[in-house]
Every structure is written in structure tokens, then in C-alpha cells.
Write a protein that binds this ligand. Structure first.
Ligand code: FES
Length: 653
């Protein structure tokens, strides 16, 4: 038989093959990364290739598709269904080699392709999921071969796909016989790579005939909000994202108040677990509807959460996290059946939880590290995720240290007299004239500043309802810059005599930021106590960061990444004016967006990312703020604006 020389790019792999071989076959023999779900049946369209030089055969291996009841070529059918095949691409499983060829494998046709996700905070995600679909034709039983249907299914998976060490649960056995017969002995199988033993696999889904796609959801369970991204597990495409409030708020605003709730109400943890699972099920339903898929087609979920949320999600009483030594029930990553957690997805779907770092540094921080990859850089990165606790990581490729610091909820607008969450009506930006002390501000939901004539209309439409976290940071910083408060955070009462913005209330003073309308609108004042709350929160944050810097014996950090909603809303300049963060080139301080959620997404789409984060987390050194003797000292010094001793030369630049 005549032979032809075939070269694949980008791998550069080459070999000689008999004329008449399919491109997919040649790729497999050379170990070239060319995707396929249907195993060359011309159904999945994943094996697309492009001819760089030479020519493919004009006709396909399969010339018509019988099960459609019409005589069309496989590629024409595929093109019609999917509307693809740009640039003269062909299905690799259908194109036949008839002479020497150079073949390009486009990125989308590679099994381990890279997905550049601009929408999700430039995380560079490899698509290599733990669950994959395989189409097989199973040998029909006959009187001379007494083997069971499962044995023949396993045989088919081994012969066509080289899969061994396969396990099937009772759920699969219960549907096996009916599905095989319904599909006329052709089925699509979802196989999950088992983590307990390398090279073993669980069959977790079974469908008659060809199944086009399965899905996964990455979920970030925060104390305040829950966010989820729904993806196609094969292509990595994010089909929809959705967020919801964490209903546990009704049991306690912050983490510690939820733990106290359990301490005072035995069984309260069960109620909180039910509430969060119900909210997650609602979110999954909503994002599925939005994306036009069924929740039953979701076969994998990944979760990140702080330690208390992590325990409550699993139905583990979080009471031990309420006091020293803050022991976690488990800090390891977990792989569990979704049904056991009460999640309403495919009945055999599985859940992966990222590992926790320590008692107060959770799987959410593991997600941030996975997405930010500080361990890959020479520069010293400071990662800060501010919630009711700040979770902080500092380090580079040599060493990583982490701690959690009790900032409390002030940065989220809680425990502030006019404070509220970031929602329409909240004051979010503030400027104060240092001469007149007159403020101007903008509110969420309006594009204008309060001194703009259009604002009155906007404000009337939106209505000022309070001040959110970023607003409170700006107003306190502006009050400091305008001399309304001194570096100890004390309001200057002498100003009250000559400026009506400064109001006396008993023994302290407050600053009048917004006066509500006569007819009962909300008035927003910044009281001495509000300033105090911000001082306590920022001192805790700075002291935590400082402890980590001490541990690494450094005086400066090279870059700062702020994760979460706090990071995307605050103006870093003001954060530095108040001394929330250590001195750093301002151009190197940026928001990391929902980095924890991006980490969950990476773990969903790439099984190697799980191994990676499990290894990194074991190397992170934990610093426990509660027992570090220097924490108190750092805390006291950081109470001053911007700081008692530290300087911030970058701010002056
Ligand atoms: Fe599925 Fe070619 S391998 S269409």
C-alpha cells in the first residue's frame, strides 16, 4: 500500500501512514492532541482540522447518515446543525489521507486547550475537565456469550477509548439495560476520573445514542452573596452567571454572629445548611433557565467558601471555628456526591470543594491563590480578600504566608450609622472642599455628582438611602484630608462653631454629609463612632498584613491585588490615605475581581488545577493573628491615620 507523510502542527509530530487512513486515526497513533467525543462517528464535530499543505480526499468515510433518515454527508449535517466550519476545516475523523499532508489542529480541537477568559479576570484556564463524554457501540448480548451488559459496556470503553478500572454505581446499573436498548446499543457515557486511585474511573452518566454536551457549575459561597458560573464542560464556555443573597443573613450578619447563633440555638446549623442549599438550588435553576439547559445535565460542581460557610454548606456544625484553636473539621479538598448535599442536579453529579488553608483562611482563599498564582512570580504579591474577615496572602515563588484578620463588617457598610450594602441609593463617592467643608457625592444608580444640576432629578428618582463601604472609606479619608478629623481619628469640635456641617451631639461631634428632604428622606451623618469603626477595621487589616511582612522579613510589597466586591469598588488612593494597605506603587494596586470564583471555575474546568492547589495550600505557612504577640502592637499603631510610624511615600508621587 502507498504511504503518505503526515505532519501535524502545532505539535510537529510526524509519521508515515497508508493512503486511506483517517486523519483522526493518524493523530491518535502519533499521540497528537485531537479531541473527539463520538470516537470518529462524525457526530460531535470536535475533531476539526485544517489542511496547511496537500489535499484531503473530497469524500468522507461515512457518506450518509442513516439515523437522520436522509442522505446527507456527515459534514453537511454537522455544518447545518452547528453552523461552523470556518476556513475550509474538515472533520478529522472523516477526512481521508490520500497523499502527503501538513495538518493544523486549531486550538478548539485540542483536548487540553487553553481558554483565555477575559470576562473572568484574565484567568488563563486550561480545559481538561474531570468528567468527559464518550460515545460507544456496545456488543449485543447473545446466547453464546453469557456476559452481563455492564461487562460489554466496559469492554467497549476499553477497546474504543482505552479506559480501564471503570466502576459503575447502583444508579448506573439501574438504568443500564433500558438505556442500551433504547440507544440500539449505542450510548454516550459520562466518565469521571476518580481521585482516590490514579487510573480509575466512575461511570456517572448514561444516555441512549449521542449526547451533545454536559455542564458544570462553579460556586462561590460568600457570607453575603452566592455567585455561580455555568459552563459547558467540554468547551469551557461560560453560558451564564448568576448571583443571589446568602439567606443565612437572617441568622446573623457576619460569620461570628452565625456561629454564635448556633451556640445559642442548638440545631440552628441545620436550619442554616437548609437555607444555603435551597438558595444554591434556586441559583442553579435560575442560571440553567437563563442558559437554556436542564439542571439534570449538570454533572459537576465546584465550591469555594470561607471556613464557616464551608462547614455550613456541608452540614458540619461550625461551633469549633468560634474559638481558639479554631480547628477545622477538615482542611482537605473534598469530592462528594452532589445528591448527598441535597443539590438538585444530575442524580450522580459530583462536587469538588477546594481545600481550606487554616481555621480562618478558607477554600475561598485557596481559590484566590489558584486564580492569582502568586507562587509563579518573583515579585512579592499581597492578596487581600476583604469580607467580614480579611483573608490575606503574601509571597512569591519562594514562600507564601497567610492569615486572617478580624476587620469586622465596617468595610461592607455594617455597624456604620448610615451604612448599607452597595445598592442603588447608597453614597459611594465623596469629595469634601477643604475650605468650606462642603461635600459633593454620588450615589449608586446615578451618574452625576451632587453639585450637578442633574443630580437633584437623579437623586429624587433613586433617593439617597445610606452610605456603602467604598463611600465610608472615601468620606473618612476626605474628612482627614480636610482636617475635620485628626490623625487619631478625633472629630475637631472647634469647627462646629463656624461650620454647620459639624454638629455637636452630647460629648462628640459628627459631620453632616447628606440632609434628607423635609418629608422624611434619609439624613446621612458620619459620627465619631463611625470613624472609630473604620479605624478598628483598617487597623486589623493593616496589622494582619504587617504580621505577614514581618514573617517574610520584608518592608515593601511589589504588588497588591484586592479580591472580591470590596476590591472592585474602593478607590485604592483613599485606601492608602487611610493606611488600609502598606505603601506600594499605586499602579501596582488593582482589583482581582471575584478571584475566589475564578479559582472555583479553574478547578471545574481543569482537573490538574485541583492537584495544583492541593499542593500549594500544603506549602502555605499559616500565621495565627490571635496568638502572635506583635499583632496587638501593630494594631495599636495602625489605629492612627494613616499610621503612627509607617510612611507612604508612593502617595506623594
Ligand atoms: Fe466526532 Fe469527528 S470525532 S465528529
Amino acid at each position: 500500500i502507498d504511504q503518505a507523510m503526515i505532519v501535524f502542527s502545532p505539535s510537529g509530530k510526524r509519521g508515515s501512514f497508508p493512503i486511506g487512513t483517517s486523519v483522526l486515526q493518524a493523530a491518535r497513533e502519533l499521540g497528537v492532541d485531537l479531541d473527539s467525543v463520538c470516537g470518529g462517528r462524525g457526530m460531535c464535530g470536535r475533531c476539526q482540522v485544517q489542511c496547511a499543505s496537500g489535499e484531503f480526499s473530497k469524500h468522507n468515510i461515512i457518506s450518509h447518515v442513516e439515523n437522520l433518515g436522509e442522505s446527507t454527508s456527515v459534514e453537511a449535517r454537522y455544518q447545518r446543525i452547528h453552523g461552523v466550519f470556518a476556513d475550509g476545516r474538515r472533520l478529522g475523523c472523516q477526512a481521508i489521507i490520500q497523499g502527503d499532508l501538513a495538518i493544523d489542529i486549531p486550538a478548539e480541537s485540542q483536548v487540553h486547550r487553553q481558554l483565555i477568559r477575559k470576562a473572568l479576570d484574565h484567568a488563563n484556564i486550561t480545559i481538561n475537565p474531570a468528567v468527559r463524554l464518550y460515545v460507544v457501540d456496545v456488543q449485543e448480548p447473545d446466547m453464546h456469550d453469557p456476559s452481563g451488559d455492564l461487562r460489554r459496556l466496559k469492554q467497549a470503553l476499553m477497546i474504543e477509548w482505552g479506559l480501564t478500572g471503570l466502576n459503575a454505581s447502583l444508579g448506573i446499573l439501574r438504568q443500564l439495560q433500558e438505556t442500551l436498548r433504547k440507544g440500539k446499543w449505542q450510548v454516550t457515557v459520562a466518565v469521571h476520573e476518580n481521585r482516590s486511585g490514579a487510573g480509575t474511573f466512575d461511570i456517572i452518566g448514561l444516555w441512549p445514542g449521542y449526547k451533545e454536551a454536559i455542564y458544570g457549575v462553579a460556586i462561590d459561597v460568600g457570607s453575603t452573596t452566592i455567585a455561580g458560573h455555568l459552563c459547558n464542560l467540554a468547551t469551557g464556555q461560560v453560558l451564564g452567571s448568576s448571583g443571589a443573597m446568602n439567606p443565612q443573613i437572617r441568622f446573623g450578619e457576619d460569620l461570628m454572629s452565625r456561629v454564635s447563633y448556633v451556640m445559642m440555638n442548638p440545631g440552628g446549623d441545620v436550619d442554616m445548611t437548609h437555607a444555603v442549599i435551597e438558595a444554591i438550588n434556586d441559583l442553579i435553576r435560575a442560571v440553567s433557565t437563563l442558559s437554556g439547559i436542564l439542571p439534570e445535565d449538570i454533572l459537576e460542581l465546584t465550591f469555594v467558601a470561607n471556613p464557616v460557610m464551608h462547614h455550613l454548606l456541608l452540614g458540619i456544625n461550625p461551633i469549633e471555628l468560634g474559638g481558639a484553636p479554631f480547628a477545622l473539621c477538615t482542611d482537605e479538598s473534598l469530592q462528594l456526591p452532589a445528591a448527598q448535599m441535597g443539590l438538585k442536579v444530575h442524580p450522580l453529579a459530583s462536587v469538588y470543594l477546594l481545600p481550606c488553608v487554616a481555621g480562618h483562611v478558607g477554600a475561598d482563599t485557596a481559590g484566590v491563590v489558584l486564580s492569582e498564582q502568586p507562587q509563579g512570580l518573583d515579585e512579592l504579591s499581597l492578596l487581600v480578600d476583604v469580607g467580614t474577615n480579611a483573608e490575606i496572602v503574601l509571597g512569591n515563588r519562594e514562600r507564601l504566608v497567610a492569615c486572617s484578620s478580624p476587620t469586622g463588617p465596617a468595610f461592607e457598610g455594617a455597624q456604620i450609622s448610615g451604612g448599607q450594602r452597595a445598592a442603588p441609593g447608597a453614597i459611594e463617592r465623596v469629595r469634601i472642599d477643604p475650605q468650606t467643608l462642603e461635600p459633593k457625592y454620588s450615589v449608586i444608580g446615578s451618574d452625576t455628582w451632587s453639585d450637578d444640576p442633574a443630580f437633584a432629578m437623579d437623586a429624587a428618582a433613586v433617593g439617597v438611602t445610606g452610605i456603602c463601604g467604598s463611600g465610608i472609606i472615601e468620606v473618612v479619608a476626605e474628612m482627614f484630608l480636610a482636617g475635620i478629623i485628626n490623625s487619631d481619628g478625633v472629630l475637631n469640635g472647634e469647627l462646629a462653631a463656624r461650620n454647620s456641617r459639624i454638629e455637636a451631639n452630647e460629648r462628640t461631634f459628627s459631620y453632616l454629609l447628606h440632609k434628607g428632604a423635609e418629608d422624611g428622606g434619609v439624613t446621612v451623618r458620619i459620627t465619631q463612632n463611625d470613624v472609630r469603626q473604620i479605624q478598628l477595621a483598617k487597623a486589623a487589616l493593616y496589622a494582619g498584613i504587617r504580621l505577614l511582612m514581618d514573617r517574610l522579613q520584608v518592608e515593601r510589597v511589589d504588588r497588591i491585588r484586592l479580591a472580591g466586591a470590596f476590591g472592585s469598588h474602593i478607590d485604592v488612593k483613599y485606601a492608602m490615605v487611610l493606611g488600609l494597605l502598606p505603601d506600594c506603587d499605586l499602579s501596582q494596586v488593582s482589583s482581582a475581581g471575584n478571584a475566589a470564583g475564578s479559582g472555583a471555575l479553574m478547578a471545574l474546568l481543569d482537573k490538574e488545577a485541583r492537584t495544583e492547589i492541593e499542593q500549594i495550600v500544603r506549602c502555605i505557612e499559616k500565621v495565627e493573628t490571635a496568638v502572635e504577640a506583635d499583632f496587638q502592637q501593630h494594631f495599636v499603631e495602625a489605629m492612627a491615620f494613616p499610621h503612627k510610624t509607617a510612611s507612604f511615600p508612593e502617595l506623594g508621587k
